[in-house]
Design a protein around this ligand. Sequence first.
Ligand SMILES: [Zn+2]
Length: 483
Amino acid sequence: MLSQEETGKLKIGLEIHVQLTNLRTKLFCPCPSDYRGKKPNENVCPICLGLPGTLPQVNKRAVESAIAVCLAFGAKVQPYVVFSRKNYFYPDMNKNYQITQYDKAGGTTIGVGGYVTISLDGERKKIPLRRIQIEEDPGRLVHVEKNGVRKTYIDYNRAGIALVEIVTEPAMHQPREARMVLEKVQTTLEHLGVLDPSFEGSMRCDANISYAGGARIEIKNISSFKEVEQALRFEQLRLEYLPKIESTVTKRWGEKEGITATSREKEMEEDYRYFPEPDIPPIIIDEEIIEKIRKNLPELPDDRIERLVREYGISERLASIIVSEKPIADFFEKTVKILNEPEDVAHWLMNEVVRRWRECGIDYRYSRFKPENLAKLIRMVKEGVITTRIAKQVLWEIVPTGEDVEEYVKRTGLRIIRDPEELSPVIAKFLDDNPRLIKEAFENERVLDYICGEVQKRLQGRADPIILRKEIERLIGEKMKNA
Ligand SMILES: [Zn+2]
């Protein structure tokens, strides 16, 4: 196994592919970009099918969106955009080349440098970027098995969808950092308005991991952040225990198996024979366009974190967690606007609502449970209408359905019981069932505590604890007198 000092040299890099879901058309043709749920090969034309003699035309909004992405991460926008051909054969790549960008062989990428800021154990860390580029998505292979016969079909609806690729330096030192970078990239792009992460497969990632001077392992095409972290942990262990066993290889992450498997030997860059795309002339990007886009940038996550700390007096750590997903940050701010109790709102939102959303697999963006309802629930706890315990139980039920919290509490009778007359029959029944406890409780405080707990259980935790205790004491006193 490697020494502590050597493990410090673990290097992780990411290549993050993001579909620009704000675009209505593909990168080089007027075909619609909403391919999800469409019939196979419905959104295609001679350009995105790569037929000979067609000419690609660059989607202006795609270039503007990519400039916004560069500015959001502090990357230097290049004065002109050149596209390159990456030549390779694969059935989903019908032209036998992909139109992309390349920073060698006479090409440039739209963005160079920049960084992603993460908050690691309370400290801010900047992960440097190598480049940001625009490229087209390939088509999709669809594997079908029918009556024991396996067939593969090709769906070109996705072919030509505009992607932005963000490539980091291998500057992360633990798998956890890779996950945080992905979360930060996602929330930044969602704040920018160029990505809707709820679109399946809209953000995918390749990861590479190595120890300084050792073999480099690449893991291809992972779509969930949790799995990126798992795959990297898996390879980290392999590199630590079997440091000399492999040269540079490409791996596929098996979501079901939870391990990586070798998929192919890594192609070297020269295998792709990159050269500038002859069908697309260079696009000049002058300062004026860049400044116009910069001026129109919306509030981005780092600024929002600072504002939440300033405006609501919450800790930076908490603000970072809230802003790590835009829908959560939006939900938080909307709730605080209704009920100005930022700490309470953050507590209930993060500990109860988000947990329930995740358990139910609900996309927060489309949740039926609304900020008004959370504000109402917190107010009911503060006013003593329901207990904290009941409030948690109520959220459990209404987060998936969105039912109004007041109506739910009314319908299920979950409000706090304060009326002694309502409590006494339940207490009397318990004492009748356990007559032995009456005398014991009279002499021993802890037995009294026990009775309070048991009766409270029979009332599903709804009794006001102080009134309940008084009523129990009163009834025991009465029974002792009559005994
Ligand atoms: Zn097309």
